[in-house]
Design a binder for this molecule. Structure first.
Ligand SMILES: Cc1ncc(COP(=O)(O)O)c(C=O)c1O
Length: 469
């Protein structure tokens, strides 16, 4: 289970958000930014050039480092070299999917074979399509049938469509703060619970007529919502809690949601985009012991190779996405020219096999536990209220706790901005220590983060703690 008890996690979050932020000493922050600028001049030039053709100069939220994004030259094992010649210890792991380490040679070789033999895509099926589906099903028995797609976003979008077709009901409930991609209906109550339509610019509010959310871990609120909206097609959950467990889940919550869903003929959708193969070989559903009706998979099923995602679930439900055109049959329309291409399916098949053979999930999980334990010792030593915990190979470390803010509290709500800024400073301070993290608050481990690397990471965090007021 999680390396820290739920009650302790909640108490520590409340402690952080109800006290003033512990910031960097101004001189130290200046030093961090100056060294960042000096050490990454080529990345800065690349960013300035990109700004001329790319809105904001960078595509993905994860790549948005403060004070400017870094440009990669090569990645290998658990390292990333930037075009500045700086080698960073990598805990970004592409936002989760890399667990064998970057460019894992046996996997790369298999992919090169496919490229040489059949090119990346050709439009008809390949054997890898069912081989990969069989491999996924082996670890996720709730997935009697599987359909390959291309991103977590479209898979979540399809999951709710399937639920509506199958149940004939319309309402969908998510948990506040959870992220299920950026499709129209799911850009709702994301990141900080209670923010509802805060990020939904360009999406008509009518889009949310049948979409709602409940506060994290609040099973009574969910029960009440079922009374209010009698026809609920689906409840969608992130198994570790919102933002991959940054808003930690109460361990019994997922099972309780399953019970409520099944009492109401509502489908439970488990969004396994981050949990599958990283938290447990059988994902959140095996770890927390519940059985969803539909499961959403994303980037990790193909170990980061492009266009890898899948929807899996009960055979009768999944029948609504059978392929074929037209006929007016009652089905959930979906498509995707590049979906299930041989390259991605081969990547998925071999990646799952190698993760299983190498025991990567367990090894990365053990490294993560050592890391979060060591970070807590350091935070305590420096008398900081910060804390860390891990769910398998996902380590969270909370210093400013943006996700823990209660936006209905007039004191806490307005703090989102400067608490987020602090996370950016933390991200820069980590780069200063030649470490790249997820948004200055999360580390994803892989099977190559060995004891020595973890030890050095903890020592480097200690240096960061010495820079705090
Ligand atoms: C839980 C969860 N669901 C869905 C998504 C969206 O996946 P994608 O980025 O492939 O669209 C993400 C992305 O990080 C995620 O963490």
């Amino acid at each position: 289970m999680c390396s820290m008890k739920y009650e302790e996690q909640i108490a520590k979050i409340e402690n952080i958000v109800s006290h003033p932020l512990r910031k960097f000493k101004p001189g130290e922050l200046r030093g961090i930014i100056e060294r960042y600028e000096n050490n990454h001049r080529k990345s800065k030039q690349a960013f300035e050039r990109a700004l001329k053709v790319i809105p904001g100069g960078v595509e993905h939220n994860l790549a948005f480092n403060f004070p400017f994004p870094l440009t990669s030259k090569r990645v290998y094992n658990c390292y990333m070299e930037t075009i500045d010649g700086v080698t960073l210890l990598d805990y970004l792991m592409c936002g989760g999917p890399i667990i064998l380490g970057h460019n894992y040679k046996p996997l790369t070789e298999k992919i090169l074979e496919v490229i040489k033999e059949s090119a990346p895509c050709h439009g008809i099926t390949s054997e890898y399509e069912y081989l990969a589906a069989e491999q996924l099903q082996k670890h996720f028995p709730s997935c009697e049938k599987i359909r390959w797609l291309q991103t977590g976003t479209e898979t979540d979008m399809l999951a709710i469509r399937v639920a509506r077709v199958f149940t004939g009901k319309k309402h969908v409930i998510k948990v506040g703060g959870s992220y299920h991609g950026w499709s129209d209906q799911l850009v709702y109550d994301m990141h900080v619970p209670g923010t509802k339509r805060m990020e939904s610019h360009g999406i008509p509010k009518e889009m949310y007529k049948y979409m709602d959310s409940v506060p994290p871990n609040d099973i009574e609120a969910l029960r009440d919502m079922f009374k209010e909206k009698k026809k609920v097609a689906a409840v969608i959950i992130e198994p570790m809690g919102g933002e991959s467990g940054a808003i930690p889940v109460r361990p019994e919550f997922n099972k309780e949601v399953e019970e409520i869903c099944h009492q109401n003929d509502t489908l439970l959708i488990s969004d396994e985009v981050v949990c599958a193969f990283r938290l447990h070989m059988g994902g959140g559903q095996a770890y927390f012991d519940y059985t969803p009706d539909l499961s959403v998979f994303g980037k990790i099923v193909g170990h980061g190779y492009p266009s890898a995602a899948a929807l899996g679930g009960r055979a009768d439900i999944m029948a609504t996405v059978a392929a074929g055109v037209g006929g007016g049959a009652k089905r959930a329309y979906c498509g995707g020219t590049l979906a299930a291409n041989p390259l991605t399916c081969a990547a998925a098949y071999w990646a799952m096999k190698y993760v299983e053979e190498t025991n990567a999930t367990e090894i990365a999980g053990r490294a993560a536990t050592r890391l979060s334990t060591g970070l807590n010792e350091v935070f305590e030593k420096y008398n900081l209220p910060w804390f860390s915990y891990n769910y398998g190979g996902t380590v969270h470390f909370h210093s400013s706790c943006v996700f823990g803010l209660d936006i209905t509290d007039p004191k806490q709500g307005p703090q989102i901005k400067h608490r987020k800024e602090f996370m950016e400073h933390m991200g820069a301070a980590l780069v200063d220590q030649e470490i790249i993290s997820v948004a200055g608050s999360r580390f994803y481990t892989c099977m190559l983060h060995d004891d020595e690397i973890i030890y050095n990471t903890i020592k480097k965090m200690e240096k960061i703690c010495q820079k705090i007021e």
